[in-house]
Design a protein around this ligand. Sequence first.
Ligand SMILES: [Zn+2]
Length: 387
Amino acid sequence: MLAQDSESGEVTTDLIDVGNGISDADYAEKDVRNKLVLAAQQPEAVARIAVEKHGAAGIISYAQNQHQAWWGENENLLRWGHLGTFAAKPAFAFMITLKQACAFQQRLAAGEHILLHANIIAGKTNGAYQIVTAVIPGGDPVLKDQEIVFSCHLDHPRPGANDNASGCATILEIARSYAKLIVEKKIERPARTLRFVWPPEIEGTLAFLTARDDIRKRIKSAIHLDMVGGGPETKSVFHITRGPASRPSFVYDVADYFGKLVNRETALFAGTGSAAFPLNSPDGGKEPLRAELAHFSMGSDREIYTESSFGIPAIYFNDRPDRYIHTNFEALNFVDGRRTVHEIRDLLSGAYGPVPEDMIQEYFTALESIGVIRKRWYPTIDLAKID
Ligand SMILES: [Zn+2]
């Protein structure tokens, strides 16, 4: 697999094993000029020495996944890699599995010359961010000018089922569910406008909030989903993450409240077969959601929303760790759709704001209308209009 930011090139040359490939010692007594280097680290770091200092033609990297408890255990993982976007000297790199790398190393150690042919057609051109957004207009004549954003990120060098097709698909499903329920008059149109955004990660959100000041000023809160399809296979724990303590908001307390509610009710249902709000659906799982209510941490687009330039409170939903993140194993068969059902319900509960009294009633109206809460709980909800 070609690494991100590779440049065009064609070469037929020897492969040289340089170990990690990121220190001068790795190149001692090795002539890598115009050769391909086999390296254990990410191409960007390897290129600074192999290409820029020693004139290597290109890089074959078997960089392993992000460090976690399962690091290096699976020899068939193929991680996506990258070179420096603004590197001093253009280069190309391929990513291979640990299994392929070990096979090359055994042959090289036995004294064999391995001649490889590489032919790359790649490059960079100027472009523009295209950011898809959709809105469900609010119904209140005044409050409709305020927006609640559902966010995700659409891009990645290699598309990943969990990171982040799961987040993109989930907010699409939330939008679809809301729109359908409003059209069918099963729920009231929300007071505030709901906006759904599918941007490139980080830079896309930054560009969006900067270029569209008119929209940015209307956003009162964001709900960001990045990796919401984890499960037992990926070893993940679902997190509902608050914003920074330096920018307090009641929005985080609402998220905390609903996280605890879903944890408690799904555990009760899983353990006893009944609960006031079982929060499952006929095609969903019956297992409990054990969301961790987490303090702020950096990463993904929600840090752009909460950053003081914009100062928008943003709740962050994510499944971590993921032993397959950014690899070829990040595939649909490891994504837990049943978990996502819970998360959709959980997210729907966070869509309205920012007046807590109104919000809680509206939340439950929405939840009940899609059949996830079967009993009246909040005393002022009018169930008559819900079938
Ligand atoms: Zn992501």
